[in-house]
Design a binder for this molecule. Structure first.
Ligand code: URA
Length: 433
């Protein structure tokens, strides 16, 4: 077999066999196929796509490029949740301790912020000392002790995806449904949880801006997971406005702590509670959604989910003082307030730009090597559909070092205030299982 012939075949729109796909992926993983050949292969897939059989073969080969964790020794259900990413989308931080408090094991491996989207690992690292780089043994130890652990992808998990994703990122081949499906699902399958919930975002600040694309991706990922014997559920959710009231690393952890302390409720907590409830039904812990939702609320009001969160910080070497004293996170040197220039109703019209603005304030990164500033970001005092009066503070921009004039310019193109009453956004659009 030759890489050239496989690239040629896909370039001309022909179907590849499982052996040909494995030849490319394994060859690349072991350094036998060069970057330029894998780039050409990925571009051929981008234009010619893959059918279901090819997509599943790619998913399987990438999942098997490393170790597939076997969590059978755990004495309870296992669940994982993955979001395709957005602005203010920190639901994992809340869902994992809630599920752990409901006796579900959550072995969660997450990613970092890139471009306009945030990343769970950067949020966790806003807690001073927090270690997201546990090796497999320590990860399992924490999981056994506290029922959940939150770390970055270990070197054992789908190494071929790690290499291929880095290449896709610089060759404009990310936005391909079969490539995204196999990339996400190879990792989820390798991570070993039996129940997987996918939060597939759609809208202006999502990977899949068009609803039909988000739905197709969700369907493919559900099918792929089922092929590997996993219980699958995908939820298509809105990313036309930021989720919750904060985008930024420590700001989102503080918001999570406020929810865990039962002090606030907002669209971020609502969506997180709903997703947790779907997982409780999926795992068989609760009989139906209503019972599951009540259980989730009980874990918040009793403080059990908060306890789990604190224990995770402790087990992963973070400073637990942050829980009672938010000043331990540190504070941004500057806060710039954007106020309403007239009376009316707010509507977000470009949430992608809001994500970019948060990134430019220091909360995210434009390139994988960039460093994030844990304390910078944006507080959203108003959400779409909220009534605003002239001079009300709409956004607070927290930053240490930024070109604030251009950030404000970007933000000013991302919302409108109009006289007509706006509908509140409904975050959950469809469930696919
Ligand atoms: N996230 C992933 O892990 N892979 C993709 O291809 C896209 C988003």
């Amino acid at each position: 077999m030759r890489a050239y012939d496989i690239i040629y075949k896909k370039r001309n729109g022909r179907k590849l066999s499982k052996e040909e796909i494995s030849f490319m992926v394994d060859g690349y993983n072991y350094g036998k196929i060069a970057d330029y050949q894998m780039s050409a292969f990925l571009m051929a897939v981008y234009f010619q796509s893959l059918d279901d059989e090819e997509t599943f073969a790619l998913t399987e080969t990438m999942a098997k490029s490393g170790e597939i964790l076997d969590l059978i020794f755990l004495d309870g259900p296992t669940a994982d949740k993955h979001s395709t990413g957005g602005v203010g989308d920190g639901t994992s931080l809340l869902i994992a301790p809630i599920l752990a408090a409901c006796d579900v094991y959550v072995p969660m491996m997450s990613g970092r912020a890139l471009g306009h989207t945030g990343g769970t690992l950067d949020k966790l690292e806003a807690v001073p000392g927090f270690n997201v780089n546990l090796d497999k043994e320590k990860f399992i130890e924490v999981l056994k002790k506290n029922k959940f652990a939150m770390i970055g992808q270990t070197k054992e998990v789908a190494p071929a995806d790690k290499k291929m994703y880095a290449l896709r990122d610089v060759t404009a081949t990310v936005e391909s449904i079969p490539l995204i499906c196999s990339s996400i699902m190879s990792k989820k399958i390798a991570e070993g949880a039996k129940n997987i919930l996918l939060d597939v975002k759609t809208g202006n600040a999502a990977f899949m801006q068009k609803y039909e694309d988000a739905k197709l991706l969700a369907q493919k990922m559900v099918q792929a997971g089922k092929m590997f014997g996993r219980n699958m559920c995908a939820v298509i959710t809105d990313m036309d406005e930021p989720l919750g009231n904060a985008a930024g690393n420590s700001l989102e952890v503080i918001q999570t702590l406020e929810v865990l302390k039962n002090k606030i409720e907002n669209d971020f907590s609502d969506l997180s509670f709903d997703l947790s409830a779907y997982i409780l039904v999926q795992t068989g812990i609760s009989e139906n959604f209503e019972a599951a939702r009540n259980k989730v609320k009980e874990k918040i009001s009793s403080g059990q989910a908060l306890e789990k969160f604190i224990k995770m910080i402790e087990l992963q070497n973070g400073n637990t003082k942050v829980v009672d004293d938010y000043s331990v996170f540190g504070k941004a040197q500057n806060i710039y307030k954007i106020t309403a220039h007239e009376n009316g109703y707010l509507k977000y019209v470009n949430t992608r730009n809001i994500g970019i603005a948060a990134c430019l304030l220091g909360a995210g990164r434009l390139k994988t090597e960039d460093k994030v500033d844990p304390v910078s970001g944006i507080i959203f005092n108003k959400k779409s559909g909220d009534k605003v009066c002239k001079n009300d503070v709409l956004f607070e921009l927290h930053y240490n070092k930024a070109d604030i004039k251009s950030v404000v310019e970007i933000l000013n193109t991302s919302y409108i205030i109009s006289g007509g009453k706006q509908e509140k956004i409904k975050f959950i659009k469809e469930i696919i299982d």
